[in-house]
Design a protein around this ligand. Structure first.
Ligand SMILES: [Zn+2]
Length: 334
């Protein structure tokens, strides 16, 4: 059974071509973070080596080994792989040429027990140019028993020569309803909680699963949200100290800004009476009340201010300064 939630068109396409025995040597799954790209890649790895009838059966020894991460013919080229390869030397987020070279010398070896030797390279956009060139050589002349599965945020972030050698699947985020249904059916969540997590996940199935398994995630979100909500009424000094606190932590700042963007989008929806489309459904009343305290134009403007900082975050901007400007743009409550 395919474990991935949503992406039915991709699953159908893959399943049909595998059943026909038509298999490409390289697949690329693109789409926003945590929507299921790596899960789909793992399912493909299972399907390719599955010994059951309905591929991927999820139950045969091969399928189980893949899901446990111990299949000798399936390599997950993630940070753990990099650490093993570098033998304790500190790895970096960049996928360096050492890693791709090790794949290159590995692909020529025949599979031990499966039909296919599968290499999963998540976040392929992190490849250095040297690594990408090295991978290209393998993609140009792949050994017959090898399948490469790449994931990336977007095809634009990869060399076009790499993209053109892959069968590309551009994945869209699964809908709230699909996520909710999966949380109820597979994870046994009851209605209201499933709905809240699905809405907050905003298409990120990976985040939803983590929120189910780790209560702290929702608690943290609640704390952060409370803090953000106190800011419109806060004085200038408090606002600036917020900017100072997160100004040196881009990853945290990005999470907080994303949370905030969701909140202000909800305010816009509340203002326009579209309550059923909201993300933060557990705070509906607060949102409706808060929306009354702001003009529509004010809300729209602040949403674009948040977006601007999120974009700037991608280009090594002075984060603290950007957050300070944002804090001063933040509309006060009327
Ligand atoms: Zn199987």
């Amino acid at each position: 059974m395919w474990q991935v939630v949503g992406h039915e068109w991709a699953v159908t396409l893959l399943q049909n071509s595998f059943t026909r025995g038509s298999i490409s040597h390289a697949y690329l799954f693109t789409g926003s973070p945590r929507i299921g790209k790596t899960t789909l890649a793992l399912n493909v790895a299972q399907a390719l080596n599955c010994t059951g009838e309905d591929i991927p059966c999820g139950e045969c020894l091969s399928c189980r080994k893949v899901s446990q991460g111990i299949h000798p013919d399936v390599r997950m080229v993630d940070s753990a792989y990099q650490e093993r390869l570098l033998e304790g030397r500190e790895g970096s987020t960049a996928l360096g040429i050492d890693v791709i070279r090790s794949i290159k010398s590995d692909v020529v070896l025949k599979p031990f027990e499966g039909r296919w030797k599968v290499f999963i390279i998540p976040q392929a956009e992190n490849m250095t140019p040297g690594a990408a060139n090295c991978l290209l050589k393998t993609l140009e002349e792949p050994p017959p028993h090898v399948v490469l599965l790449l994931t990336a945020l977007h095809t634009d972030l990869l060399f076009p020569t790499i993209v053109s050698r892959c069968q590309v699947f551009n994945l869209r985020p699964p809908s709230i309803d699909l996520i909710r249904e999966a949380l109820e059916r597979r994870w046994g969540l009851e209605g209201e909680r499933a709905h809240l997590i699905a809405a907050l996940a905003a298409g990120r199935m990976g985040w939803a699963v983590e929120a189910v398994q780790n209560e702290a995630l929702l608690k943290e979100r609640n704390g952060r949200l409370d803090e953000l909500l106190s800011l419109p009424a806060a004085r200038r000094l408090e606002r600036l100290s917020f900017a100072q606190r997160w100004g040196s932590q881009p990853q945290r700042a990005k999470e907080i800004l994303t949370l905030w963007l969701g909140w202000w989008r909800d305010l816009l929806l509340a203002k326009e009476g579209c309550l059923d489309k909201m993300e933060n459904i557990d705070r509906r009343n607060a949102l409706v009340e808060e929306a009354r305290a702001h003009e529509l134009g004010e809300i729209k403007e602040f949403i674009s201010s948040i977006r601007k900082v999120l974009q700037q975050l991608e280009s090594n901007v002075n984060l603290r300064l950007a957050l300070e400007v944002l804090m001063l743009d933040l509309p006060s409550k009327r």
